[in-house]
Design a protein. Structure first.
Length: 367
């Protein structure tokens, strides 16, 4: 069985690492010759957004999957037409890749999401557009990019967008579900996330989320519904807002392993990465159960541009319950994800204290 991953970044790297004991041959395609996956024998250099490159890479493989949304939809459709299995299917990516289509899908299955309108440059904004509001580029957003708070019409990006009402947020959580081509599904405990206020990306998470049992079950049920309505195969992450009234609102869908599930490598019996690969292979899924009372993660983000190194590693080494995942990217940039640290334990307060210490002491530095 030959598996191809479109994208050779850290997600593709961790998917490959967790596939090692599944006895499958994994190849990766990425435009960056120094991508994290470049250390693997099956790595290929090529543009995952270019249809011909995607087809040339995948045409002789059994299954093709992907580590991010910005891959060529036309390329995936061409592979499917040629008989190559693609998971998640191209029809799923077509819905999720465009944030406007994604919102319309959520409406069609009666899943709550923030009120919105669709806008294109050159057209008038709907008269009921509230300011401040959230502008999300319909295509191309990634890692917090393509999202901004708009105070008035002068702030608008000139790109087709979703214009969302600014929700009064109490918490942000996420749930991952793995759904196999054999019909099986498993769902992970909800995680609670803290976001960088500038970059709109996760800086820290804890699992399980500090929410009521009722809210937890409701979030899992909504995640299950979304996956079933999409006829989804693979690992799907669903991000939620919990507003100040306690209501659950879907913020977005990610058709791949996700930053909000990185803790699962050490904290859960089966990681999100292994279960993604098991799902696309049609194999039995592993248990998503937490092995500890609590787990957590911090992202290691670049602060400036330059040759990357990590300082403060001694603080990780002195913690038996802390685990470093360094992605091997040679160049750091502001807010670029360079690695992450997971922490596990049997007391949530202690896990959070350790995360706080490591977030302060461990830094990405440049030269």
């Amino acid at each position: 069985m030959k598996i191809g991953i479109l994208g050779g970044g850290q997600l593709g790297m961790m998917m490959t690492e967790e596939s090692a004991h599944l006895s499958i041959s994994v190849q990766q395609l990425d435009p960056n010759p120094a991508a994290p996956c470049s250390r693997f024998e099956g790595f290929h250099v090529g543009d995952v957004t270019e249809p011909d490159a995607v087809f040339a890479f995948g045409k002789d493989l059994d299954i093709v999957t992907y580590e991010w949304e910005r891959v060529s939809l036309a390329g995936l459709k061409k592979l499917e037409a040629a008989g190559v299995t693609v998971f998640p299917r191209s029809k799923v990516l077509e819905i999720i890749q465009d944030k406007g289509t994604q919102k319309q899908f959520l409406d069609s299955i009666s899943v709550p999401n923030a009120p919105y309108s669709l806008w294109e440059p050159g057209k008038e904004l709907p008269s009921n557009t509230p300011f401040p509001c959230i502008q999300k580029a319909r295509l191309g957003g990634y890692d917090g990019q393509g999202v901004q708070v708009v105070k008035d019409r002068n702030d608008l990006w000139q790109t087709p967008s979703v214009m969302e009402v600014k929700v009064k947020i109490e918490k942000e959580i996420a749930v991952q579900i793995a759904r196999s081509s054999n019909g099986e599904s498993v769902i992970y405990d909800a995680v609670e996330m803290v976001f960088d206020p500038v970059g709109n990306l996760v800086t820290q998470l804890i699992a399980p989320a500090n929410i009521s049992s009722e809210t937890h079950k409701k979030a899992q049920k909504m995640t299950q519904k979304i996956a079933e309505k999409l006829d989804y195969i693979g690992l799907l992450a669903v991000e939620f807002f919990i507003d100040t009234q306690g209501s659950l609102i879907v913020n977005g869908l990610a058709p791949r392993p996700h930053n909000s599930g990185h803790h699962t490598i050490e904290a859960c019996k089966t990681s999100q990465f292994e279960n993604h690969m098991r799902a696309v292979l049609g194999r039995s899924l592993g248990s998503p159960a937490l092995l500890f009372a609590a787990g957590g993660m911090i992202n290691l983000l670049g602060q400036s541009t330059g040759k990357a190194a990590l300082s403060g590693t001694e603080h990780i080494e002195e913690k038996a319950n802390a685990h470093l995942h360094w992605y091997g990217k040679t160049t750091a940039k502001p807010l670029r994800k360079m690695g992450h640290i997971t922490v596990t334990g049997n007391d949530m307060t202690e896990v959070q204290k350790t995360l706080a210490v490591l977030q302060e002491k461990v830094r990405v530095i440049t030269s």
